[in-house]
Design a protein around this ligand. Structure first.
Ligand SMILES: NC(=O)c1ccc[n+]([C@@H]2O[C@H](COP(=O)([O-])OP(=O)(O)OC[C@H]3O[C@@H](n4cnc5c(N)ncnc54)[C@H](O)[C@@H]3O)[C@@H](O)[C@H]2O)c1
Ligand SMILES: O=c1ccn([C@@H]2O[C@H](COP(=O)(O)OP(=O)(O)O[C@H]3OC[C@@H](O)[C@H](O)[C@H]3O)[C@@H](O)[C@H]2O)c(=O)[nH]1
Length: 391
């Protein structure tokens, strides 16, 4: 582990920050904040936009290429006078006049960032360069959403910001974790060389409504599988750990970091740590799939039905994996299975944030526990999956 003095974090430059345009010193402009959110059509970005739009003095501009994000996530703001949505790829330069930049644009799910790794690196490196160039021209403060993946497969546990990490530079995840590491380097170089006001958040696994159904990340996968009555796919060995932060806590942390005096990097995450097997069991329990009576179906014509006091009630059979025929009766097990499946290379074995800095410097810590956050995703997932709640 490196000591704090060589970590880059919290070191300041003597360079004064670039001056914003003279208009920004006028009374009207001073009371209004123009905020750019790159990647604002994505999962965390759209929740951040919702929060920023609550403040009537904020004008919000979202730029997004819609690779993993969607206009649907922002539908309540489209047409709003304080909101603007621009289809734009951050690997191209952008000319807008803003006071703050939340730079989130980057695919975050391993499936998506590995899909086109060269593009992922370009997004992290060229995209961050472009946003820093913009920050320099207009004198804006810029916040980068970096990641716990900069710690790689960590050998220090939990991970403080001073830990330099254990990253494979040539692996299949490198496009993302090395990409984010370079993005952090660029942030500090622009700060030291040009006086740019920077903020770096190292985000740990975040979950909540609006995650893509087919996002591939573990929480959305397990919830979608549970609601579809499919086995929960725990990747081997299942003992690997993650720490899950509910999205409203994350957004609160990001806004505090942007508004505060500290450059970071600062870990923003929930220190509650779970193995993937524990997460699967928790999802089963929270979604009422861990216990219950076995369902017994009787043959009825060509199909199967429940024998009720009003006679036979026909049932459409969908989930063969949970059925067993015994003595002419079809038994349906209410317990959703856990299925162990192959993992992907370089999957970090453990991850848990040390949030001492966030607590001390931002007065931030997460409010929601995993068991409180998971049920808040149910309605959104049911709606998008078209799965009604069982009576
Ligand atoms: N969700 C997490 O657990 C997590 C953890 C660590 C870090 N982060 C970081 O937070 C940010 C947001 O993550 P998320 O979970 O909301 O992911 P997401 O995939 O839902 O959102 C990313 C957004 O960026 C957009 N985008 C991607 N490439 C772009 C490009 N070249 N130009 C413009 N837009 C582009 C996507 O279309 C999407 O709307 C990312 O920077 C990610 O690295 C997220
Ligand atoms: O269906 C699944 C999916 C994933 N997993 C496991 O769940 C764990 C978490 O995997 P995820 O894909 O949700 O995410 P990871 O923790 O690997 O990366 C994540 O953390 C850091 C962020 O920067 C990334 O944006 C985010 O994807 C891994 O150990 C993975 O093997 C399963 O067991 N089953």
């Amino acid at each position: 582990m490196a000591n704090n003095s060589s970590n880059g974090g919290e070191k300041t430059t003597t360079k004064p920050p670039p001056q914003p345009s003279p208009l920004r010193n006028s009374k009207f402009f001073q009371s209004n904040m123009r905020i750019l959110v790159t990647g604002g059509a994505g999962f965390i970005g759209s929740h951040l936009v919702d929060k920023l739009m609550e403040n009537k003095k904020n004008e919000v501009i979202v730029v997004d290429n819609f690779f993993t994000g969607s206009k649907d996530n922002l539908r309540k703001w489209i047409g709003h006078p304080r909101f603007e949505l621009i289809r734009h790829d951050v690997t191209e330069p952008l000319l807008v006049e803003v006071d703050q930049i939340y730079h989130l644009a980057c695919p975050a799910s391993p499936i998506f960032y590995k899909y086109n790794p060269v593009k992922t690196i370009k997004t992290n490196v060229i995209g961050t360069l472009n946003m820093l160039g913009l920050a320099k021209r207009v004198g804006a403060r810029i916040l980068l959403t970096s990641t716990s993946e900069v710690y790689g497969d960590p050998l220090v546990h939990p991970q403080p910001e001073s830990y330099w990490g254990n990253v494979n530079p040539i692996g299949v995840r490198s496009c993302y974790d090395e990409g984010k590491r370079v993005a952090e380097t660029l942030m500090f170089d622009y700060h030291r060389q040009h006086g740019i006001e920077i903020r770096i958040a190292r985000i740990f696994n975040t979950y909540g409504p609006r995650m893509n159904i087919d996002d591939g990340r573990v929480v959305s996968n397990f919830i979608a599988q549970a609601l579809r009555d499919e086995p929960l796919t725990v990747q081997l060995p299942g003992t690997q750990t993650r720490s899950f932060c509910y999205v409203s806590d994350m957004v609160d942390g990001l806004i505090r970091l942007m508004g505060g005096e500290h450059s970071g990097p600062i870990n923003i995450g929930n220190p509650g740590e779970f193995t993937m097997l524990e997460l699967a069991e928790t999802v089963k329990e929270e979604f009422g799939l861990a216990s219950g009576k076995q369902d017994q179906l009787h043959r009825w014509g060509w199909g199967w039905g429940h024998l009720t006091k009003y006679g036979m009630h026909k049932i459409v059979i969908k989930h063969e994996s949970r059925m067993k025929l015994a003595g002419g009766i079809l038994l349906i097990n209410p317990e959703v299975e856990i299925k162990k499946v192959e993992n992907t290379p370089d999957d970090p074995r453990q991850r848990k944030p040390d949030i001492t800095k966030a607590k001390e410097l931002l007065g931030w810590e997460p409010k929601l526990k995993l068991r409180e956050g998971l049920p808040l995703m149910e309605e959104d997932f049911r709606l998008r999956l078209g799965v009604a709640k069982k009576k």
